[in-house]
Design a binder for this molecule. Structure first.
Ligand SMILES: C=CC1=C(C)c2cc3[nH]c(cc4nc(cc5[nH]c(cc1n2)c(C)c5CCC(=O)O)C(CCC(=O)O)=C4C)c(C)c3C=C
Ligand code: FES
Ligand SMILES: [Fe+2]
Length: 404
């Protein structure tokens, strides 16, 4: 059941009833402390992300799940035939890339670190909803969404008593191919494991986007400033800032996906915070396959600026919260390594940056205080969306039946 507006919470959600049931959560703070604080916790904070293979041995499974996802790569009626075929063909090349960045994706390590550090801050910021318990639910790698849902139930959330969980997307900008797919998956597991009665079970609310949160903007801007400070003073003002985000197929852009506009909003906010100190562009990376993708392409942009004699460039990852194959391999080894100019650099990813973790805690705190089930934007489907799954998932998480 999604969490409704604050007025509905105390009467319908059962949050107050749970005060006497705390002993179920034996691993949390002692009951005496909970009673004196009047906390409505525990609250599960579930980080949603795509995940990545932690070892090269997991690459095959990661790619086969990714190519089976029709919300990401729609292959129509041939999905179950073409998906495994493409992923098997692609596995050796992608395995080599993960081997070259140390043998796996660091996404799991960073997600677990960020979520647990964030919950410690949140316990102090929001004693009313404490204790906050961190979970990670990945779409294509361990811990998979279904596994995490089972863990929530084992830990005592849900099962008709009702208790609160927040699905917190780790994609700052919303795309139906990323956050949308993760929410569809979460909704699927909710139905499988808790049944279809929407008045029972875990009370979900969703943090579905945060493209211009000041803490996010500030962390990215500080990382850019750190990198700018490495150039000689006389060159610093002319360094081009190239914000690089994972691209989208034009078919997704034309369906009306919100991601390109939200990524542009992040870029604008970062530049505002930097007082527009340098020339900049937003470019797009990691196109896969032969269809048309949103450009300009990062690698081509770098090549073209270099051809024009501009070799002072900072690449800035703007749409992902940790390092991954596309920063460590594609940007560092392919784009920057192959360009071979000392003036072409990359700003750090957010990873374990404490300013960023504070930002995550602030986003979650504001969400918990708001009593909202999700953002206003999440209620609106893309103009050309034909997916029943999107419709039902949005109805469920928004807690409203009247969506377009
Ligand atoms: C905001 C980030 C991302 C968007 C938007 C996104 C859309 C998108 N991706 C594919 C296809 C693939 N993506 C792959 C890997 C991958 N994608 C992202 C992020 C976004 N994708 C990341 C961070 C990663 C790497 C994860 C890691 O472990 O490091 C892959 C697999 C790699 C490969 O085979 O090249 C594919 C395929 C599509 C089609 C798409 C939009 C519809
Ligand atoms: S594809 Fe965007 S809402 Fe369905
Ligand atoms: Fe991708």
């Amino acid at each position: 059941m999604p969490l409704m507006k604050p007025a509905a919470q105390s009467s319908a959600s059962g949050l107050t009833r749970r005060v006497g049931q705390r002993s179920t959560f034996a691993s949390f703070a002692p009951p005496v402390m909970q009673d004196t604080t009047g906390s409505k916790g525990p609250t599960a904070i579930v980080f949603l992300n795509m995940g990545g293979p932690s070892t090269t041995g997991e690459v095959g499974d990661f790619l086969s799940r990714l190519f089976a996802d029709a919300d990401l790569i729609p292959l129509g009626r041939l999905q179950s035939y073409l998906g495994p075929l493409i992923s098997r063909r692609r596995t050796p090349k992608i395995k080599e890339q993960y081997a070259a960045i140390g043998g796996g994706s660091p996404i799991r390590k960073w997600s677990e670190y960020q979520s647990s550090e964030m919950c410690k801050l949140l316990d102090k910021l929001s004693p009313e909803t404490a204790p906050h318990k961190p979970y990670v639910a990945f779409r294509y790698a361990d811990p998979l969404t279904g596994e995490t849902y089972s863990k929530l139930l084992e830990d005592g959330f849900g099962r008709g008593r009702g208790s609160r969980a927040v699905a917190f997307t780790q994609y700052p900008q919303y795309s139906c191919s990323t956050t949308g797919s993760s929410l569809n998956e979460l909704w699927k597991w909710r139905n499988r494991l808790e049944g279809k009665n929407e008045n029972m079970g875990i009370k979900w609310s969703v943090i579905d986007r945060w493209p211009v949160h000041p803490g996010l903007v500030n962390t990215i801007a500080e990382n850019v400033e750190k990198q700018l400070a490495t150039y000689p003073t006389e060159r610093k003002g002319d360094v081009i800032l190239l914000f690089s985000a994972h691209s989208l197929p034009m078919s997704v852009v034309n369906r009306g996906d919100p991601y390109p506009a939200e990524v542009a909003a992040t870029v604008h906010a970062v530049m505002q915070r930097l007082n527009f100190s340098n020339p900049y562009r937003l470019v797009w990376q990691s196109q896969v396959g032969p269809s048309a993708w949103l450009g300009a392409q990062t690698s081509i942009a770098v090549e073209e600026y270099v051809k024009k004699g501009q070799t002072d460039l900072i690449l800035i990852p703007i749409a992902f919260t940790s390092d991954h194959i596309e920063t460590l391999y594609e940007l560092d080894k392919e784009v920057i390594g192959e360009a071979g100019h000392e003036g072409i650099k990359r700003s750090e990813s957010l990873n374990g940056n404490p300013v960023f973790i504070e930002a995550l805690a602030d986003i979650a705190h504001k969400h918990l205080m708001s009593g909202e089930s999700c953002s206003m934007q999440m209620r609106l489907r893309c103009p050309s969306c034909r997916s029943e799954k999107c419709l039902h998932q949005k109805k469920f998480f928004a807690g409203r039946g009247d969506l377009l």
